[in-house]
Write a protein that binds this ligand. Structure first.
Ligand code: SAH
Ligand code: SF4
Ligand code: F3S
Length: 477
């Protein structure tokens, strides 16, 4: 799988089109268009930005043309991601001129955090710049409507204040939802901007998370993905009525599994150093825990892992995967790789290929190393040429594509419980999600949306499965 899949480029929300509709007597709605780049955390944040703006009369529209407010929720992880922001801003500037200046343009997310006022200097059509921990201040920033650059910028790091200020109810799109439980990162991998753009590691309290999950469950959500930049470093305050020490992710997962209506739990993205015994055991003893684990490894050479400051060896990673597979033998393992990190030799790259062969991934995302301003790896010796990075990426992706296709084909003939998420592209066809996070298509009536249906898998490609529905299941698995 190429790098694109793990990272989102969504206009509006979760690809679902919405139209502005106002009750006859309601005050006129203002059009809001949000464009989301980057990881699942940004998808979650965009949804929360929509929630924050709803009381001000903003309603999502399908296109930026004619919108009153356009928010670009940005990603800084690789150079290309950042460049896209400025090309999109150029197009928005034209639309703003065509609207007679009525359109407000806000830049949110990780580029906003990293570049701050520089964004307004480079593209003066931008009205507001707000970092990932400041989007709850958007209403107040819009109200200020001042032209002073200082007033148009919010890049504080108060994550606790943000979660306290967010609306307590959500408006989910269908039976699946993301829930942020942890933000920020203290790991400081030498290639990565996240510790600088998202700030220090912080966990939400269990009570706060549980009330959000209960609200989602009451609105029909059955499959939740707990999010964090380092989600398994979670150490949230325990429920107020229980007290005691902070909870780990394993404990949180077991607790959420008891919430009525929640059939499926996933978490992403985790770090190998934080895969503790209890979390591994939960994969085996908690039925709602889906058999899918995304555990980024980045490289297979110990020398490169050390230079990356990952804090583990390739064999320690192999050992973690072996323990996870012992707890849950059918688990699908996913990962991220970086090729062409400074100093990576042919032998180092071969160690990455060997690790991929040994683990045999269900899905994996691979990226060419991109030097990011302010990160230690930028200063390292032995930067690898683009040509060599290209060659290595192609070799690795060919292997990963074969593994992904083989994993999907191994499901043919099996019956999987599929959570029906919506209509497929072909009339009469429905679309859903397998426990292993595969896309499944099958013919069925659309009354089955939100149900979990047993589907017999009849064919598979690298990207999806096709099957025949057998029956609606009572439980997740
Ligand atoms: N905390 C998460 C998110 C990190 S960003 C994690 O550790 O997985 C997601 C992926 O982007 C990383 O796993 C890594 O593979 C990739 N990435 C991060 N910085 C990069 C860089 N400078 N160049 C290329 N890929 C990068
Ligand atoms: Fe970045 Fe490493 Fe933190 Fe992941 S663990 S966000 S790769 S610094
Ligand atoms: Fe990108 Fe920020 Fe996520 S840099 S990957 S949007 S944490």
């Amino acid at each position: 799988m190429t790098g694109g899949g793990r990272f989102f480029r969504i206009g509006g929300f979760s690809g679902i089109s919405r139209r502005m509709t106002a009750a006859p007597d309601a005050k006129p709605l203002k059009g809001l268009f949000i464009s989301t780049y980057g990881c699942q955390m940004n998808v979650y944040d965009s949804e929360r930005i929509r929630d924050v703006l709803k009381p001000l009369g903003y309603a999502p529209v399908d296109a930026p043309e004619g919108a009153d407010l356009v928010v670009i929720n940005t990603c800084h992880i690789r150079e290309k991601a950042t460049e896209k922001v400025y090309s999109e801003l150029g197009k928005l500037k034209q639309m703003k001129l065509a609207s007679g200046g009525r359109m407000t343009i806000a830049v949110a997310g990780c580029v906003a955090q990293a570049e701050g006022a520089e964004i307004i200097r480079r593209q003066p059509a931008v009205d507001l710049v707000l970092g990932p921990q400041a989007y709850h201040k958007l209403p107040e920033m819009i109200a200020r409507a001042s032209r002073a650059v200082g007033d148009r910028l919010e890049t504080g790091f108060d994550t606790v204040e943000k979660f306290d200020a967010l609306p307590k109810t959500r408006d989910p799109d269908g039976p699946t939802a993301f829930v942020s439980v942890q933000e920020g990162c203290d790991k400081f991998c030498t290639f990565c901007v996240v510790p600088y753009t998202r700030g220090a590691e912080m966990s939400r309290s269990v009570d706060d998370i549980v009330s959000e999950v209960r609200d989602l469950a009451a609105k029909g959500v059955r499959d939740v993905t707990l999010l964090g930049q380092n989600v398994n470093a979670f150490h949230g305050a325990p429920p107020r009525i229980e007290g005691g020490a902070d909870w780990t992710l394993g404990r949180l997962v077991r607790y959420i599994a008891k919430i009525g209506g929640i059939d499926r739990i996933r978490y992403t993205t985790s770090h190998p150093r934080d895969m503790d015994d209890d979390l591994i055991a939960a994969h085996g003893d908690t039925p709602a825990m889906m058999p899918f684990l995304h555990l980024p490894v980045q490289a297979g050479s110990d020398r490169i892992l050390k230079a990356m400051n990952r804090g583990h060896s390739a064999d320690q990673y192999r050992d973690i995967i072996a323990r996870v597979r012992a707890a849950r033998p059918d688990i699908a393992i996913a990962t991220d790789f970086i090729v062409g990190f400074p100093g990576e030799s042919d032998a180092d790259f071969e160690a990455t290929m060997q690790l991929a062969r040994d683990i045999d991934y269900a899905i994996a995302y691979s990226f060419k190393y991109s030097a990011r301003p302010g990160t230690p790896a930028t200063e390292m010796h032995g930067h690898v040429s683009e040509a060599v990075k290209d060659e290595r990426l192609q070799a690795l992706q060919a292997l990963l594509r074969d593994q992904q296709t083989a994993f999907n084909r191994s499901q043919v003939g099996k019956t999987l419980p599929v959570l029906v998420t919506g209509r497929g592209r072909i009339p009469g066809q429905m679309h859903g999600r397998s426990p292993y996070l595969q896309s499944v298509h099958f013919e069925a009536p659309d009354t089955l949306v939100n149900s979990i249906v047993d589907v017999k898998i009849v064919s598979a490609t690298m990207s999806s499965l096709t099957g025949e529905p057998l029956r609606v299941c009572e439980t997740a698995q």
